[in-house]
Design a protein around this ligand. Structure first.
Ligand SMILES: Cc1ncc(COP(=O)(O)O)c(C=O)c1O
Length: 376
């Protein structure tokens, strides 16, 4: 491509002109897009878009009042039931954003007096960091993904009879690493604690039925609580917390839940359709996992160290920012967009991050790897 200032792409000064997908348009030009979180390309799926449009005509943009008032539409009731069915839980609560799931859940778990001290992964997402800050209990960080450090911190700081709460992301957004929840579960059981997982990137993606990290590890533990977002795998918008009736009822009684107008009707309908598509078409997940394997195998052949999990995210860093900038600039010239990103978990210099979707073709993935091979 012929563009004068590639840095503008890097800095996102150029807004997207299409929805997120395997191909997007920026500045009037088509790109192979390997960034963001539209893991199944549902953000531009015709069924998702049609249902959103219909809902908009029927319900207007929002219900104009909070859930504590007349804010609950039939569509929301349907969505909450669909989410409960999808995760095979008794119930589920729909929330105005994915970011809010952690602050709300921790507030409710705190009110129930289920923990006395918090242990949080040092690279947990901003929403988890905010959540642990505002509940007013002691907070200790443990080393990223490190079960032994978690246990020794619990031994060091958790006095007898102090119930620990372990807080973590399910999949960490930048490197796509999976938290060892199986190990955490064994540990908290020993100390009478509980776990909160922000599984924003895991739901839809991990597990044979797309139920996320808990299904990935085959855990059925009442001491593990989790929430997710519709804005990534499901192609929609807003957060959700599935769980037992009692817990979800308490979420519904919380001020965060009652004091906010729900997300727009178009988003709610999109969430419903996206979730149904992923439930009814498990082959989509298997294709996504194949694409993840293909991308990561290709990256390893280029000498880039990435794990071989099914997570469709890979990231690595180079010695200097300017080297990473050069890689994204060279790729932009060939109409491939990956991201040089600064975000929680990316360190001071940032990292190069590639995301592969289920809707990427083999040619697109091969093309990206081929271009990367020429410029690394
Ligand atoms: C780990 C994690 N949790 C929560 C969120 C927030 O979700 P949402 O953007 O749907 O509010 C994000 C990113 O968007 C995330 O990466």
């Amino acid at each position: 491509m012929n563009y004068n200032n590639e840095k503008d792409f890097m800095n996102f000064k150029l807004p997207m002109e299409t929805s997120s997908g395997a191909e997007i348009i920026l500045n009037g030009e088509k790109f192979n897009y390997f960034a963001g979180t539209s893991y199944f390309g549902l953000h531009n799926d015709p069924a998702v878009i049609n249902s959103a449009t219909e809902a908009l005509s029927k319900y207007g943009l929002t219900s104009s009042s909070s859930r504590g008032s007349f804010g609950t539409t039939k569509l929301i009731v349907e969505l909450e039931q669909e989410a409960a069915d999808y995760f095979e839980t008794e119930s589920a609560a729909f929330l105005p954003s994915g970011f809010l799931t952690s602050p709300i859940a921790l507030q409710v778990l705190n009110q129930q007096n289920l923990f006395d001290i918090v242990f949080v992964d040092e690279l947990a997402h901003y929403s988890n960091q905010l959540a642990v800050k505002i509940i007013g209990k002691p907070v200790i960080q443990f080393a990223h993904l490190n079960s032994s450090d978690l246990e020794s911190k619990i031994q060091q700081y958790g006095e007898v009879n102090k119930k620990p709460l372990v807080v973590t992301d399910g999949i960490f957004p930048i490197h796509g690493k999976i938290a060892p929840i199986n190990n955490y579960s064994t540990i908290v059981e020993k100390y009478g604690g509980i776990i909160w997982i922000d599984d924003a990137h895991g739901v839809g993606v991990l597990g044979n039925n797309g139920r996320g990290i808990i299904e990935h590890f085959n855990l059925t533990n009442e001491k593990i609580f989790f929430g997710g977002t519709f804005s990534k795998a499901f192609g929609g918008f807003g957060g959700f917390i599935p769980g037992a009736n009692k817990f979800v009822e308490q979420i519904r009684n919380d001020n965060f839940f009652n004091g906010a107008t729900p997300a727009p009707s178009a988003a709610i309908a999109a969430n419903l359709t996206g979730m149904r598509i992923l439930r009814e078409q498990p082959e989509k997940r298997f294709r996504l996992w194949n694409n993840a394997k293909k991308l990561k195998t290709g990256l390893r052949k280029l000498g880039i160290e990435v794990d071989d999990s099914n997570v469709p995210v890979a990231a690595w860093s180079l010695k200097t920012k300017s080297e990473m900038q050069r890689i994204t600039d060279e790729l932009i010239k060939k109409n491939y967009l990956i991201q040089f990103i600064n975000y929680v978990g990316a360190g001071d210099n940032g990292v190069l991050r590639i995301v592969v979707f289920e809707t990427h073709t083999e040619e697109q993935i091969d093309g990206l790897l081929d271009q990367l091979g020429k410029i690394l």
